[in-house]
Design a protein around this ligand. Sequence first.
Ligand code: ADP
Ligand code: ZN
Ligand code: ZN
Length: 742
Amino acid sequence: MIQLSARVHRVPQSRLATFAIALPLYRVFDYAVDGADELKPGARYRVPFANGARTGILLEPVESSSLDPSRIKAVLEKLDDGPVIDAHMLELSRWLAEYYLQPLGEVLFQCLPGYLRGARAHQPTRVKRYFLVDPDRERIDALEKRSPRQFELCRALLQNPAGLTAAGLKQVNPNWHGVVRALIERQLVRWDWLQADTPELPRRTDRPTPSTEQAGILNELESRMEGFAVHLLDGITGSGKTEIYLRLIEQKLALGRQVIYLVPEIGLTNQLVERVGQRFGACFVTSHSGLTELQRYRAWDRFRRGEVNIMLGTRSSLFSQADRLGLIIIDEEHDHSYRQEDGVRYHARDVAIKRAQMLDIPILLGSATPSLESINNCARDTYYRYCLDQRPTRFAPPAMQLIDTGDSKLTFGISARIFATIDKHLERHGQVLLYLNRRGFAPVVMCHECAWQALCPQCDARLTLHQSVQSLQCHHCGYCSGVPRCCPQCGNDEVRHYGIGTEQLEHGLAARYPQFPVLRIDRDAAGSREALRSRLEQLQSGDPCILIGTQMIAKGHDYPAITLSVILDADQALFSASYRASERLAQTLFQVAGRAGRGDREGESLVQTRFPSHPLLQALMRDDYRGIAERLLQERRELGFPPFARVVMFRADALELDPALQKLEQIKTLLQVAERFTGISCIGPMPALMTRRIGRYRAQLCLLSADYQALRAVLHDAMPQIQELPSGSRVNWTIDVDAYDL
Ligand code: ADP
Ligand code: ZN
Ligand code: ZN
């Protein structure tokens, strides 16, 4: 007894806790924290690390450490009073780290908005705005005698229907605090956060009445909006999927729930932001790479606090925290941009499904060209599938037509047949879309005397000519040089360029069609949001014009005046080494074709090719996406490729090839695949397809297996040792679970 009470009286000096630090290290760290502090998992601290300081996230208090007590350091500073990562997000992060075999510290930090990844204080500069609850003159006038100071403030608020901030109130009365408090108690005044980040758009009340098809699907979906389930909305382009999302969001908001709505690329979806704004007013935030760190942080914070109910954003918005999350929507679920390919490797769609399952809420995937993975999951009865086969507008998506270029002469990459069709559509006041997934002026620059080629000094890649800025650029590392006047190898005074990029196409078409605007949208031309906006306005105006672009224009937008869509470079993908190439090409072609004919004029879609008899192109002419997807799935099954197998890829890079290969050889030995299991193919180590990139040589080791449990078991046993392998500047290595490609 005496001993016990002695222990109770001892003031705790410090306590131990484990922390995750944003480093590619598969371990957590113990530090001592002031014993008087409440230890809140998910809060940030500054901790001593190596010879400096780092930001760490408190994971959990622990009773003891395996470290020698003398070696345990104390934290330097507490950065947050409460957790910045809530319990659910900690759990999801742990799952992500475990499933994708990524370091927990890196996973946790990438869940946070960039603004909070360092030591910046989590104190948003938010402003309260005060309003009159009810501008009732009589009640206000009644105050004049009884409480002149309250009367004075009310009068000022009456003159400012949009409300006043503290600064405004201070001008009326320097001691406004007490006065406002009294008015709030009397329920004459209320306050709200000043919502500066979301523009208030004029609300529209005229929602389209759902078509019979839409109504049927809405009915089914509505009955399944409680509890976890994955729903795939498989609807042709322009069939009104977005309209269904908006209806479901509306219902969730009415129940007081919040919604995360993910889209692949927001550049072209200004339209979508407007549509959501018109429907829901200012109760949503957006988050995408076009915003500053501070803006993204604000959006994240407002959603987290429940001030807004919709988070509309790109991939990483999935990690937005919310107490009342009721639905996750993933539009264009097949899109490759949901996969994060550097840093922490994960697939946002798959993590979203896990998140929905943890929260026991529904998740809705939508696409006109669903991924083979999702289609397969529908076939396995794990997803609900809903098909929309008609457009609510007048015309079905145009059937694609192959244009065989054969030996015909091309003018800046376009055949005469296609020019004739472009002429026809422009004459009839249609807008024309040309898809060419190659930016720059020309992809090849060479000397025809000695065959010298302009190559990137840092990558195994050619340099692309960008004529408007007179430079040669590497699209992989950003290397940039001037354009040589004569051949650097033999001195020949003529250096030629070959091939066509979007910049050249723009020049050529502008010269050929001086009477029509030619708009180019790619990363070079639409760099600034202003430039992009003005181009989009032109499209919105409905006047005839020509739109040229890379994959930025392939998806997501709805411009009813586009009547012709042309795919200029399907051929590249026909002979690709990637097993995903056919799926991606089919998706791109259906998406691009589907941009045409959305309004009240019928659309047309052309695919230019030198290989019109290629089986995939032939199939595209005969069949719809669903039929093609079934066939591709069958092929995958026969070849034993995903989704009928899982892929885990180890990658290594170094300043020379050998050390990278050696590292993977070590990993392979630790995996002991050959000794332990059959049914796991181990391919490599071998040099990566583009071996040298940004000055480093890259190699890969691929595990492929239909037996997921066996694959997991191999990894589970070997990972602790593999994780101990140092990853440093000499050789970096990473692991990629469910790698997108082989
Ligand atoms: P998706 O998301 O499938 O591409 P959208 O929801 O963008 O399709 O719809 C395509 C076009 O059809 C939009 O302009 C939209 O306003 C319109 N639309 C959708 N549903 C209806 C409806 N029930 N009645 C009339 N127009 C509709
Ligand atoms: Zn030469
Ligand atoms: Zn390069």
